[in-house]
Design a protein around this ligand. Sequence first.
Ligand SMILES: Cc1ncc(COP(=O)(O)O)c(C=O)c1O
Length: 384
Amino acid sequence: MFAERVLKYEKHSLIDLAKLAEGFEDVIYLNVGEPDFKTPKHVLDAAKEAMEKGYTKYTPDEGISELREAIAERESRKIKTELTKENVLVTAGSTGAVFAAIMSLVNPGEEVLIQDPWYPGHIRSITLAGGKVIGVSQVEEKNYSIDLDELNEKVTKKTKLLILISPNNPTGAVLDYRTLKGIAEIAMDNNFYVLSDEVYDRFVYDDEFRSIAEVPGMEERAIIVNSFSKTYCMTGLRIGYAVSSKQIIKEMAKVACAASLSVTSIIQYAALAALKGPQSYVEEMVKEYNERRKLIMRKLKEISEVSFVEPKGAFYVFPNMEKLGISSKELVEYLIKEARVLVSPGYPFFGPGGKHHIRISYTVPRNKLETAMERIKQAIEKLS
Ligand SMILES: Cc1ncc(COP(=O)(O)O)c(C=O)c1O
């Protein structure tokens, strides 16, 4: 029979969700978790050039030096700390980094604290490692921040790791420095690690992005995971990284090496071009997402049965539909039939905290988004 670790694994693929839309015409897809912009040309050119130069052989397990150095430089600037390439591991997407971190830190039976609603990808790695998922509410009344008292209550002797996502998928919340400092103090007092998923760090609209890794004392216990997927529209190219202490990176590299030896050589050169090249592409894209964010908030305010917390980052909004009196899954099915708009159900994808919610991604152009939101509004009005 198969190993317990795979039998426990539940597959809630957001891609399978698209099957719901089969047979319907003129569907607008607001369920997608990736940017709708093209990969920048200079990034693609760098991959082609690497291929032509014959950079198609194995690379060092941790990634090519130039890329690790460029990542260290970028993250040093971001968290105002001196990092070197020894602090960096290049992985297959940030997912590869999360897997390597969890596999190298969490023993079977140890507890992993995770924000609820959560991102399902993290649950998969915890399950495979035999860890126990402990949800910590993202409190809606507090703009989906974390309540430090609740966090303290959830800590036990078995707590090994806390996973944070800021900016958050699915809520769009961004944790402020005061909260991050409070969380860091709890981690230091109770001796657990913090994995900080920062894949949306460039998608912040009003405030400045801050990382828990900036808090003094966190050097030996924070692991930043980041990605080229969202920032440079490279989701299918599968490249990301982890930044942490040299010791943690050394242990994580064992897992990454066992899984795949290294990341695809030519994609590492593409990622290097992304970091070294012009950043105006990213800035323009984020500006456009901000316009869409404003549009979606304006449209949601027109629907009286729906409440929502203003998203401050990423490209999602997570409205509460409890007043409609149907489950999030039923609502998604209703919206595809009645409005021809596909959104993601809050439950089970995003954990118990997603029960009364749907996740709307604003990853379509504004005119389409406006049409989709108008259709959603009319469909919901029919329900009440
Ligand atoms: C919060 C979060 N982390 C990680 C990922 C996975 O990203 P990657 O393509 O870097 O593996 C996603 C993708 O949607 C995400 O939303």
